[in-house]
Design a protein. Structure first.
Length: 327
């Protein structure tokens, strides 16, 4: 197992290096930081523009291979991810956004997996019964609601609830507001901020995992080995739990693993609705501001998340299905 993990990590490091390097060259080709200065009124002197671009190592008049070498050297020797066009360091900025996104998406992702897989198994076992039809209808309803609409709907419900009880039970912006030293009050304040965005992010994830897990389990329930187990007298629930469920969880585990990066960068709408300065909002800002170094840093973090998820998916798949040999 250890040898397999080390080998996969080595392969993933090479893949990550190639992917991030390609992202750097593509971002340098399509983003135009110089336009940030040229569009100002009055426009700064050209010498000042070039000096600012040189300080951030994003001057298009410098060959891209030279800029890439400086950027890579900064990362390897100082863990310095460069500067944005406004001369602010990318490393601390993205670190704070990652911390905010971790707080936002971790609980929602865990709850979505638990609820989605559980409901998917529940409805698959009761295929075409009223429970299956009702839960699938509810899932379809939430599936077609845009994230922005769902977020605004949750916010309006929370505001009306606060007005109804005469106190602020839920906060609709940010992740923290308590400034004291009482840990109990800090946790309570944190939960009051976290509940609403967690609901908004948990519902779509639950719907997605519910529908996919139901489909995977229905396919597995009709497999020959499950029919053989039932023909030998094994009850349906036991046959599903011992045989079908383990196999059907493998594609779900892979889906979960490869969705990790998307969860971080795809929470843009939720972050905007609840005014949370997370990684998704930062990613859109880097594109709008022609921030080459910032965009590449986000892509690098997404690559790390994806490849980490891929490694976990391999290990989890081998644990679920003994027919898979890591060697």
């Amino acid at each position: 197992m250890l040898k397999y993990i080390l080998k996969r990590i080595g392969n993933y490091i090479i893949m990550l290096f190639v992917a991030v390097s390609m992202t750097y060259f593509l971002a340098s080709a399509f983003m135009d930081p110089r336009s940030n200065y040229m569009s100002r009124n009055p426009r700064p002197p050209m010498a000042s523009i070039n000096r600012s671009l040189d300080m951030a190592n994003i001057n298009d008049q410098t060959p891209v291979i030279i800029r890439y070498g400086r950027w890579l050297k900064g990362i390897v020797t100082r863990w310095d991810w460069g500067l944005s066009p406004d001369q602010s360091p990318v490393g601390p900025a993205i670190a704070s956004r990652i911390a905010a996104s971790l707080q936002l998406v971790t609980l929602a992702t865990i709850l979505a997996i638990i609820f989605g897989v559980s409901i998917g198994v529940y409805t698959a076992i009761r295929q075409y019964k009223w429970q299956d039809r009702v839960l699938n209808s509810v899932a379809t309803f939430f599936l077609v609601i845009p994230a922005a609409v769902m977020g605004l709907m949750v916010v309006l419900i929370a505001i009306n609830f606060n007005n109804l009880i005469g106190t602020r039970a839920f906060y609709v912006t940010g992740l923290h507001s308590y400034q004291g030293n009482n840990p109990v009050l800090w946790v309570l304040d944190y939960l009051q901020h976290l509940i609403l965005p967690t609901i908004v992010m948990t519902i779509p994830g639950t719907v997605s995992y519910h529908l996919t897990q139901r489909t995977y389990l229905l396919d597995t329930m009709n497999a020959d080995y499950v029919r053989t187990a039932r023909a030998k007298g094994l009850p349906l629930n036991v046959a599903i739990r011992r045989h079908a469920l383990r196999t059907s969880l493998i594609p779900t585990a892979v889906d979960v693993a490869f969705s990790i990066a998307g969860v971080f960068t795809g929470a843009v709408i939720t972050e905007n609705v609840f005014a949370i300065n997370g990684l998704g909002m930062y990613f859109t800002q880097t594109i709008a501001q022609n921030d080459i170094n910032g965009a590449v840093a986000v892509a690098a973090f997404g690559g790390v998340c994806t490849l980490t998820g891929a490694l976990l998916a391999d290990i989890f798949s081998a644990w679920l299905d003994p027919r898979i040999r890591l060697s």
